[in-house]
Design a binder for this molecule. Structure first.
Ligand SMILES: [Zn+2]
Length: 475
């Protein structure tokens, strides 16, 4: 049902097959409110190319809609010909405390209305919940997931991963939910983190969940509808993002941009290239919530396409590092990723297409460079020599740049040549290992970057066994 096309680290390009067509992932799922659709679902398909939308089963099952959706099915009711996922109302239960249906009823209802992807009703763990409470929620989530699996019939089931901020609970919940007959794993309980810009905690939660999840299933990140989050979440292996933000923000006069959010009332003009902003003045946008919602949708879809392109071209890390400059909390999250390098490295490819671009001091901590330094420590033995000559960072490939000096030095002294690079020490004979030569770095790297690249590894590649001829480094 889920076919992986390309992979870059944990990020992937895939195709999700459903009874109403294929969904290319990473994908955006606009949230459609059947009572008051801001943009009619038919237009989402025709004008925005939407392959999938998400609607709330709890809202569909209430009041006057109930009979119509049971009679006509969810696709006809929404007038959307492609894939429809339904959500169970767990979030409504959490926010309003008003959901009076059971897990069994929600699953049976979603089957009855012909949902392509139906979601179990999971309890919602707050990030602040202590361990005992989060653990009880995980137990209940797993009990309901097993129940939903038994009731799903032919419907593809979305299983929830809860566990709050407790990494071991997230991992366990992910592992056990993955062992059931689910088609999509949904990481839940993250909206409070997103609303408070707690991206470091989001990273913790996603890494823990990914450790337990079956990599052959797509991963949905519930409530992540802001383009600021897509690159980071995709980097950590999320494939589906539902967005109510496009409508919610439009209602309060706010415009989404890849870098953040702005009030239309504060803008003199829109910097955006979308059809809405190209054809309307900012004055017209301020007056019209529908136009704002359409702009927000264009930006969200554009960001998803940008993420897909970055995955295909092996540049997602660069995109995440660049985007992290948009908000200090994103930068915190980016810096925290290095704590998870042991895990992230397992999914790293041996090499990527093209060169590795330096974006900032964090670049040196990418998993691929972490791997290089680890292998240098564990697998590399320097050739026998009486001394070590440490060369400064400079134009690459180093062997070509330092070739003539190296020849002269080696004819006069028994030394081993090592470059103190931004990525760590590079013995000249390892120059060809990707991305050591295939890197673009600034001519004047900053001090933090120089220190970050594993300078402490230098002794391991040969110092301490003779005379050191060490010139000034990094000047
Ligand atoms: Zn626009």
């Amino acid at each position: 049902m889920f076919e992986l096309r390309e992979r870059d680290g944990l990020a992937r390009i895939g195709v999700l097959e459903t009874p109403h067509g294929r969904v290319n992932t990473p994908a955006l799922l606009p949230v459609v409110n059947p009572n008051q659709p801001v943009v009619p679902p038919r237009e989402l398909a025709d004008r925005f190319g939407a392959e999938i939308v998400i609607a709330n089963a709890y809202i569909l099952g209430k009041g006057s809609l109930r009979d119509a959706v049971l009679r006509d099915g969810v696709h006809r009711l929404l007038d959307f010909p492609r894939t429809v996922m339904t959500d169970s109302g767990a979030y409504q239960a959490h926010v309003y405390g008003e959901v009076d249906v059971t897990n069994r009823e929600v699953i049976e209802f979603q089957r009855a209305i012909g949902s392509d992807l139906g979601t179990m009703l999971d309890p919602f763990s707050e990030p602040e919940h202590d361990r005992a409470r989060a653990e009880a929620d995980v137990e209940e989530t797993l009990r309901r997931a097993r129940e939903a699996d038994g009731l799903r019939g032919g419907m593809a089931l979305v299983g929830a991963v809860q566990g709050g901020l407790h990494e071991d609970l997230r991992e366990r919940c992910a592992r056990e939910v993955s062992s059931l007959g689910i088609s999509v794993a949904a990481v839940g309980g993250v909206v409070p983190l997103l609303e408070a810009y707690r991206y470091r905690d989001l990273v913790r939660v996603l890494v823990a969940a990914k450790k337990g999840l079956d990599p052959s299933r797509p991963v949905h990140l519930f409530g992540a509808g802001h383009p600021l989050v897509f690159p980071l979440a995709a980097l950590l292996g999320c494939d589906l993002f539902d967005s109510a933000s496009y409508a919610k923000y439009a209602r309060s006069g706010r415009m989404l941009f890849p870098q953040g959010t702005r009030r239309a009332s504060e803008l003199e003009e829109s910097p955006c290239l979308c059809p809405v902003c190209s054809q309307h003045t900012i004055g017209e946008l301020r007056e019209d919530g529908r136009l704002l919602a359409e702009h927000n949708l264009h930006v969200c879809y554009g960001s998803i396409r940008e993420v897909r392109d970055a995955i295909l071209s092996g540049e997602l890390w660069e995109l995440v590092e660049r985007r992290a400059r948009a908000h200090p909390s994103q930068l915190d999250a980016l810096r925290d990723l290095r704590r998870h390098n042991e895990f992230l490295e397992e999914a790293e490819p041996l090499a990527r297409r093209g060169a590795l671009y330096y974006v900032g001091p964090e670049t040196a901590h990418r998993p691929i460079l972490h791997r290089y330094r680890r292998r240098l420590r564990e697998r590399y033995a320097p050739p026998p020599a009486r001394g070590l000559l440490v060369l400064p960072e400079g134009p690459r490939p180093y062997a070509a740049h330092w070739g003539r000096i190296a020849e002269r030095v080696l004819s006069a002294a028994d030394v081993h040549l090592v470059v103190k690079s931004l990525w760590g020490p590079v013995p000249l004979e390892l120059d060809h290992v990707w991305p050591l030569s295939q890197s673009l770095i600034p001519e004047r790297p900053d001090f933090e970057a120089l220190e970050g690249g594993g300078g402490g590894l230098l002794p391991r590649v040969g110092l301490g066994r003779g005379v050191s001829l060490r010139p000034a480094v990094g000047r």
